[in-house]
Write a new protein. Structure first.
Length: 69
């Protein structure tokens, strides 16, 4: 069962911002960053640079594409 949405803080290009995600998506982002041997901030910045729409939604779509779900 999915947990409620949480707010997570991350640095993007030198400034702090927050995203609202389910804990499962946040954990998946951390795992993807670790597998790529890059920081979570670098991964989120990459998604931020190429996104259309809001960042939280873009991160969810990114996770789904990366995990093949």
């Amino acid at each position: 069962m999915a947990q409620s949405i949480g707010k997570y803080s991350v640095a993007l290009d030198g400034h702090r911002t927050s995203v609202s995600l389910e804990p499962e998506f946040w954990q998946a982002l951390k795992e993807i960053a670790a597998a790529r041997r890059e920081s979570l901030s670098a991964l989120v910045s990459e998604v931020d640079r190429t996104r259309e729409g809001n960042l939280s939604s873009a991160l969810r779509v990114f996770v789904l594409r990366e995990t093949g779900k």
